[in-house]
Design a protein around this ligand. Structure first.
Ligand SMILES: [Zn+2]
Ligand SMILES: [Zn+2]
Length: 165
């Protein structure tokens, strides 16, 4: 990926200064997400870049369920359009560990339809790093035709992603 490319997570930083260090150091553990929101953003970027290894390694092992590396590679592979982080929080749990939530919309196009994963995700801090555990899904409402596009292009929805369906 071109180092001058903006990070897919929508931070308005270059990928090499944003999610890339987290992606390449996931095994070393010396550059890790320091908040639930940073982990969530880096997981979105990893989905965009099909770095499914990162998805598995940042998903708490007790919560993987049926999720496997092979399954993620199989797809479906939506075309990701943009990420909106709506809310994030972090607190110390009664048990003494840190935990947090991030509410977001991750817009995508799949088989000609635009939709979003609209989720309140939960994260837990264990062994010095943040992990995604699970999330509560909600139904996203598409913007109106004259609203700003979900991909943050600054154009109207009808003149941008809606047009290229
Ligand atoms: Zn990023
Ligand atoms: Zn767009």
């Amino acid at each position: 990926m071109n180092p001058d490319t903006f990070c897919p997570c929508g931070s308005a930083q270059y990928y090499q200064d944003c999610c890339k260090p987290l992606h390449i150091h996931v095994d070393l553990g010396d550059r890790i997400a320091d908040s639930p929101e940073q982990l969530m953003r880096s997981r979105y970027s990893a989905f965009v870049l099909k770095n499914f290894d990162y998805i598995i390694k940042t998903h708490h092992p007790d919560f993987l369920g049926d999720l496997t590396l092979a399954g993620l590679h199989r797809g479906p592979h939506p075309h990701w359009l943009g990420l909106d982080v709506l809310d994030s929080s972090e607190k110390l749990a009664i048990a003494g560990h840190r935990e947090g939530t991030v509410t977001f919309k991750a817009w995508y196009k799949l088989e000609g339809e635009i939709d979003a994963i609209y989720e309140c995700s939960e994260f837990i801090h264990q062994q010095g790093r943040w992990y995604y555990t699970h999330g509560r899904q909600m139904t996203a409402k598409l913007p109106s035709r004259n609203d700003p596009c979900v991909c943050h292009s600054g154009k109207k929805f009808k003149q941008c992603c809606l047009k290229t369906l």
